[in-house]
Design a protein. Structure first.
Length: 124
């Protein structure tokens, strides 16, 4: 019964369903292009090349690099959110790599274990 109703209403709802699908495809493509880290890196290299060739001045170079760096940071945050990772640490802490033996705590910075000494020799 419900399937028959869907088939009969298809001429009315079909264009709306198609429009929703197209809008979804366009949104995914726009996000892919906006948050493409490789593309942002290419744009940064192009701006640097233009600066080296004296096609743009230092002020323009700095402004464009700051804009692209901001976009790169947004892209990385977007990909972390998309992959289900959350990074609530401040930006300065987020850039630091943890110690190899660090124990990461949810409520604060990583704890690096102290080496114990037995009879003058490190505990293995």
């Amino acid at each position: 019964m419900f399937g028959l109703l869907k088939v009969l209403s298809l001429p009315l709802t079909g264009p709306f369903i198609g429009t929703q699908w197209i809008a979804g495809v366009l949104l995914k493509e726009a996000e892919r292009q906006l948050y493409d880290e490789a593309g942002i890196h290419r744009q940064m290299a192009e701006v640097e090349r233009q600066f080296q060739l004296r096609q743009i001045d230092a002020t323009t170079f700095e402004r464009q690099q700051e804009t692209l760096l901001s976009r790169l940071m947004e892209a990385r945050a977007y990909h972390r959110r998309k992959n289900g990772q959350s990074d609530t640490r401040p930006a300065a802490q987020a850039r630091r790599l943890p110690h190899a033996n660090a124990r990461v705590r949810a409520d604060g910075p990583a704890q690096i274990p102290k080496r114990r000494m037995r009879h003058g020799q490190p505990d293995q």
